[in-house]
Design a protein. Sequence first.
Length: 277
Amino acid sequence: MSKIKLSNNFIKNTVKLALNEDLYPSGDITSGLINSDKVQKVKLISNQKAIIGGLAFAKQTFSLIDNKIKFTVKKKDGSLVKKNDLIAIIQGKVQNILIGERVALNFLTHISGIATKTNQFVKLAGKKSKICCTRKTIPNLRVIQKYAVKLGGGINHRFNLSDEYLIKDNHVASSNIRSLVSLAIKNKKGKKITVEVDNLQQFKKIIGMKFNTILFDNMSIKNLKAGIKLARKHYKTEASGNVSLKSIKAIAATGVDRISVGSITHSVPAVDLKLEI
């Protein structure tokens, strides 16, 4: 599976694109009204309990605008913060800090939002079942969102379509499940194979074939337990489909190895953070 690499160049280039959205074509015409060289300290503060993330993106934002701005981290990525906690201090010309305020906060609140929601699932699932994300990510933000999942204690599923074979319902609908699994085994060349089923009859057709993980999609708890019992000696197990904070405990209690949750990347609220002058 592909590894996430948040290199300095990646962070810098990503922030450049974000700043260009805000500053093209004429810059920040409102902050330009401030005519002062006075250096001020601005506090980055949390308005809620959260797992913080994205500080490198925020720091890079201010650095690209004005390399004399000092960004002092008080809480590292992955830290648990509570309401009114001081996360960082930004020191520099106030108009330059204001230019980067929204871009910095957009990175911070989104990454922290994913990390925080992931952590809520992780805590409810307990130690046995791992929480993993999916490819249901915002285009061009996959690396950042999957990084945020790991900050929250989750794990990453496939990063792209070539990481592993994942035979899903629409593949099966257009072919034969045993034929697809056989072809994947024949061509795997070191790749892992996961097969999705939405009923036990489908699973029984492929039990004994040499793939790695059986993915139970949108199954009742009763059928999920039965499927896990059948799979235990042969395959790793995964559950997916409409997983919520209300249902996660019951799903994890079945003993499933991992639970994939699309909502931790595509439907998370932003964490409430603020810059205070």
